[in-house]
Write a protein that binds this ligand. Sequence first.
Ligand code: AP5
Length: 217
Amino acid sequence: MRIVFLGPPGAGKGTQAARLAVLRGVPHISTGDILRTAIARQTPTGIEAQGYVDKGDFVPFEIVLRLVRDRLQEPDAQGGWLLDGFPRNLEQGTAFEALLQELSQTLNTVLYFDVPDEEVVRRLGGRRVCETCGDTFHLEFSPPPAPADCEKGECSVIQRTDDSEDAIRNRLQVYLEETQPLVDHYRALDSLTPVDATSSIEEVNAAVDRAVIGLAG
Ligand code: AP5
C-alpha cells in the first residue's frame, strides 16, 4: 500500500495515517513529524527548518526532498508507506513522480481530506501533542489522558508552535496558493480519492477504511 495523504492543515491526515499504519503494518511517514524531530534535536536540518515551520511557511524544497528520498529507502518502507505532508505543491509533485520511478515504486492513490477553513481553525486551535510519545489529541474531540493514565508513560502535552492564530492563518493561505493546484493536478489525473473529513474521527476512520479496501499492505 503506497498512499499520499493530502488536504489542508488540521484536516486529520496525521490522525488517520497513524491509525491506518498500525492496522496495515506500513510506516506512517510524516514530513512534518520528521522536521519537528530534527528541530527538537537541533540537528543542522532542524536549525535551518525551524523558522519556516514556526511561521507555517514551506521548508526549502531541497531539504524536504532529501528527507523523503532517504526515508523511502529505509528497509521498513520497502513493503509500502503512508506519506503525509509530501508532496505539497506542483514542484514537489513532479519531483515525487521522478523519485518513485527511480525507486521502482508505484503510488496506489492520493487520499484527499477536505474540510472547511472554520473547522480547520477549530481543530488546530484545540490540538495538543505529546512531546514524549508523539500522540495527537484534541481538547474537545479526543482529550489527552491524565499523566497517570497514559499507557505509554508520562504524557507531556503541549501546543505546537505553528498552531498559533497567525501561523494557522498563514498555513491556510499557503495551502490555497501552493497545495490547491496540486489537488487539481491529481484530480485531473484521476488519482484522487476524496474522503469526507468533516465528520467525527470514528466516521472518518470508516471512510478511510472503505477507500483503501482491496489495497494490499
Ligand atoms: P505538517 O505537520 O504536515 O502540518 P499540516 O499539513 O499543516 O498538517 P497538520 O499536521 O497540522 O494537520 P493534520 O491534517 O495532520 O491534522 P491532525 O490529524 O493533527 O507540516 C508542518 C510544517 O512542516 C509545514 O507548515 C511546513 O513548514 C513544514 N513542512 C512539512 N512538509 C513539508 C513539505 N512537503 N514541504 C515544505 N515544508 C513542509 O488533526 C488536527 C486536530 O484535529 C487534532 O487535534 C485531532 O485530534 C483533531 N481531529 C482530527 N480528525 C478529527 C475529526 N474528524 N473530528 C474532530 N477532530 C479531529
